[in-house]
Design a protein around this ligand. Structure first.
Ligand SMILES: O=C(O)c1ccccc1NCC(=O)[C@H](O)[C@H](O)COP(=O)(O)O
Length: 249
């Protein structure tokens, strides 16, 4: 089911991809003695349409984290790791992922198209992360991919606060590719920030550290819903902001 991840995100009223990550960029423990299954259940109850699981070792993850989460939720799951080879794609399917991270800036130019094709051929949604225009221009099959702007930088292990302006600046280019699902990822630290990014026209958000640090993800999502409701005045009912911007939903 190649479109399961995208369909779930686009049909959600609060399109947050809620992430499970064992350690923050600075190395701090984020699990805080909770089981991944319990966190997944809390995210389900909060209404997150999709989950993300960081299996990358830099962030304290591993394949078992994804296995545990996949066993505990029906939601489509994004695997966040350094996916560079076909065997990583096969492994991701076996672990229960519906989408996988493809970091455009880390791959040789020739590898990006073959990796995206391999994802699509295996029924996985490519979640292609970009940080600059040159990377946006290289995304193959954009109509079948999530294209996400990462507000941090994986080259420095995502340390620091991130730059939301990067997302806001690249959004028109993302929409112009024809992706049905422009996403902003990383450094979204509060419901107010999340509302601002969705109001700008993103179809989805990826939130890790902020949700892992809150004891009540349902309150975080409820606060985002309220913030969106109070800024909905300028939007036409039923229309996503990226549709208003002239995007291709
Ligand atoms: O971005 C990558 O290339 C990457 C590779 C391998 C493992 C993790 C990777 N990224 C992790 C993230 O981007 C963040 O965990 C995610 O976007 C959430 O960020 P935050 O809300 O700031 O915790």
């Amino acid at each position: 089911m190649p479109h399961r991840f995208i369909d779930a995100l686009l049909s959600a009223d609060i399109p947050v991809i809620a992430e499970i990550k064992a350690r923050s960029s600075e190395g701090g423990d984020l699990l805080a003695h909770r089981s991944p299954q319990d966190i997944a259940a809390r995210y389900d109850r909060a209404g997150a349409p999709c989950l993300s699981v960081v299996t990358g070792r830099w962030f304290g993850g591993g394949p078992q984290l994804l296995r545990d989460v996949a066993a505990a939720t029906e939601r489509p799951i994004l695997r966040k790791d350094f996916i560079t080879r076909r065997k990583h794609i096969t492994e991701s399917v076996e672990l229960g992922a519906s989408a996988v991270l493809v970091t455009a800036g880390l791959l040789p130019k020739a590898t990006l198209p073959s990796l995206v094709s391999a994802c699509l051929g295996s029924g996985l949604t490519p979640f292609v992360e970009v940080t600059e225009q040159a990377e946006v221009d290289l995304v193959p099959h954009p109509d079948k991919c999530v294209i996400a702007v990462n507000n941090k930088n994986i080259r420095n292990r995502e340390r620091g606060g991130g730059e939301l302006d990067r997302s806001l600046g690249l959004l028109p280019s993302l929409i112009a590719t024809g992706t049905p699902c422009p996403v902003s990822a990383s450094a979204i630290d509060s419901p107010a920030t999340a509302a601002r990014v969705l109001d700008a026209g993103f179809a989805g958000l990826l939130v890790g550290t902020a949700l892992m640090r809150t004891t009540a993800p349902e309150d975080w999502v409820a606060a985002l819903r309220e913030a969106r409701d109070s800024s909905a005045g300028g939007r036409t009912t039923g229309e996503a902001p990226h549709q208003i911007l002239g995007g291709n939903p």
